[in-house]
Design a protein around this ligand. Structure first.
Ligand code: PRP
Length: 215
C-alpha cells in the first residue's frame, strides 16, 4: 500500500486538489477530521505538520509526500524530489517596515549583524550569506510578524502567499528571495524497492500537472 504524506494547514487544499486531479482518492483526507492516518482505496495518507513531512519521508514511514520547497530547503532530511507540481505557489521574502528598504539597496556591510526573526533559520542564514552578510536569527514559529514591532528583530524572513499577513502587521516585502511551490518528494529506499507501486502515483501526478499547466 503506497503511503503518501500530506501537509496540513495552508498547503492542504492545494495538495488535496493535486491528489484529486491525479485521479487518486482525496475524499478520505478531505473528511479526515482530526485523524492523522487515513486509509483510502489502495492508499494510506499521513497528515502532518508541514515541517514534519521531511522526517516522515526520510524515516521511511511515508514513501511519497507533497511538500513546499520552503520546508525541504530548511530541512536536512534526505529526500528525493521527483517533480515540481507548480501548484501552491508562494515566495520567500525578507520583510520589514518600509523604512528598512534603504539599507537593502545600499552596500552589504550596512546589513551586517541584522536581527532577523524567522522559522526558517537555516535558509535565512544561507540567503544572507550568499550576499556576503552575516545575520543574527531569532527563531519564532508563528508570530514572526510581531518581531519588528516588538523590537525583537529588525526584519523577518518568511513565506508569503497573499501578502495579507504582512499588510495586517504593517510590514512590506523588502526583497523577494526564492519561489516556492509544492514538490512531490520520495524516500530513496522506497523508490528502489517499490518503484513499480509508486511509479503510477508519480506518473498520475505528473500527468495532472502537465494537463493543468497546458490549459
Ligand atoms: C505563513 C507565514 C505567514 C503567512 C503568510 O504561515 O508564516 O504567517 O503564512 O501568508 P499570507 O501571505 O497569505 O498572509 P503558515 O501558514 O506557514 O503557518 P503559521 O501561521 O503557523 O506559521
Amino acid at each position: 500500500m503506497p503511503v503518501i504524506a500530506i501537509p496540513t494547514g495552508r498547503s492542504f487544499d492545494a495538495c488535496a486538489d493535486i491528489i484529486d486531479g491525479a485521479g487518486l482518492p482525496a475524499g478520505g483526507i478531505r473528511n479526515a477530521g482530526r485523524n492523522l492516518v487515513v486509509d483510502d482505496g489502495e492508499f494510506r495518507f499521513l497528515l502532518g505538520k508541514p515541517s514534519d513531512i521531511p522526517t516522515l519521508v526520510s524515516q521511511g514511514v511515508a514513501d511519497l509526500a507533497l511538500v513546499g520547497n520552503d520546508v525541504t530547503d530548511e530541512s536536512d532530511a534526505d529526500l528525493t524530489e521527483l517533480l515540481d507540481t507548480g501548484r501552491g505557489k508562494c515566495f520567500m521574502a525578507v520583510a520589514g517596515p518600509e523604512e528598512l528598504a534603504g539599507r537593502f539597496s545600499g552596500h552589504a556591510s550596512s546589513l551586517m549583524g541584522l536581527r532577523v526573526g524567522t522559522k526558517y533559520q537555516r535558509t535565512a542564514q544561507r540567503t544572507f550569506a550568499a550576499w556576503g552578510v552575516q545575520i543574527r536569527t531569532l527563531f519564532l514559529n508563528g508570530s514572526v510578524e510581531l518581531a519588528p514591532a516588538l523590537g525583537l528583530a529588525e526584519c523577518i524572513f518568511d513565506i508569503v502567499q497573499t501578502g495579507g499577513t504582512l499588510k495586517a502587521n504593517g510590514l512590506t516585502v523588502i526583497k523577494r528571495t526564492a519561489e516556492v511551490s509544492l514538490r512531490l518528494v520520495a524516500n530513496q529506499g522506497a523508490l528502489q524497492l517499490r518503484w513499480n507501486a509508486l511509479r503510477p502515483v508519480a506518473d498520475a501526478i505528473g500527468d495532472f500537472v502537465s494537463r493543468v499547466s497546458a490549459q
